[in-house]
Ligand binder design. Structure first.
Ligand SMILES: [Zn+2]
Length: 286
């Protein structure tokens, strides 16, 4: 059963517009500091081979002016017309649980571990590259990958589902290498990773930009930013939302939430699950 985080559940009843404005204000006030720390890639994701060892290249995009821009879904220049997705402006945000790890709307972040912490999806199917997703997410991902390839924006899959045990090993490696505080900035603790739900997948185009912010500037990265929502995916760790999601910009980390919610967030210009559901920002582990 979903645990029902009482505080979070209550919080989501707040009018969304007000919640979003408040979050954006908080983020804008502190974002310059976070960006300034400079340690870019890796997200909840980096595989051992892609650990940020070579990554600390200073972030090129952080400028004072950007720090005060509102946090919105990415605008992509030259987005071509895709399938028109029509959603009701009054999408019922209670139709799926945000607590149940088997729900396509589950919100997992540094304040919201999976419950149970060693949760495993009931069923997983292969999405290639030796990795798996839940059947619904895998089906949507297959369609996304095909559409991208048709558009000349093909990409490869890094990892999708990661078990609690796998994430534990991964995180321990990072802690050993970087120290606990730094590791927590880019690697989820076991039980706190979206990958454990079977709804998240990391993709890449070139090896050079694998698990790095420069993926956003590659053909596939640009295409996904413009079209992932048409197949029910969002770029979960949005640019400029570190203080809300707890992770740096990860243009390669896609999270399946279904077409309805993905399109709704796009239309409303809401970049994060925390904002759309009105749950508290989770910049750090408690
Ligand atoms: Zn990821």
């Amino acid at each position: 059963m979903p645990s029902g985080d009482a505080a979070a559940h209550h919080a989501r009843r707040r009018p969304r517009a007000i919640a979003a404005v408040a979050l954006s204000t908080v983020a804008a006030a502190t974002i310059g500091i976070v960006i300034g720390s400079g340690f870019l890639s890796g997200g909840g994701d980096a595989s051992p081979a892609d650990a940020p060892a070579a990554a600390p290249a200073a972030t090129s995009q952080a400028t004072p002016s950007q720090a005060t821009e509102p946090i919105v879904a990415p605008e992509v220049a030259g987005a071509t017309a895709g399938p028109q997705v029509s959603v009701s402006p009054s999408l019922d945000l209670d139709q799926h649980s945000i607590d149940d790890p088997g729900s396509i709307w589950v919100v997992v972040n540094k304040h919201r571990p999976l419950d149970p912490i060693r949760y495993e999806p009931e069923e997983l199917v292969s999405v290639g590259s030796g990795t798996q997703m839940t059947p619904e997410a895998a089906s949507a991902f297959g369609a996304l990958r095909e559409a991208a390839a048709d558009a000349g924006a093909g990409f490869s899959t890094s990892t999708a589902y990661r078990s609690h045990g796998f994430q534990a090993g991964l995180h321990a490696d990072y802690v050993a290498k970087w120290g606990a505080a730094r590791a927590d900035d880019f690697s989820a603790r076991p039980g706190y990773s979206e990958h454990q739900t079977g709804l998240a997948v990391d993709v890449y185009e070139s090896a050079a930009c694998r698990l790095k912010a420069c993926f956003a500037d590659e053909t596939a990265g640009r295409w996904l930013a413009a079209h992932a929502h048409e197949h029910g995916f969002i770029v979960r760790y949005a640019e400029g939302a570190e203080d809300i999601t707890g992770y740096r910009y990860e243009p390669w980390h896609l999270r399946y939430v279904g077409v309805e919610l993905a399109a709704f967030m796009r239309e409303q210009g809401i970049a994060t699950l925390e904002e759309v559901f009105g749950v508290d920002p989770a910049p750090d582990f408690p």
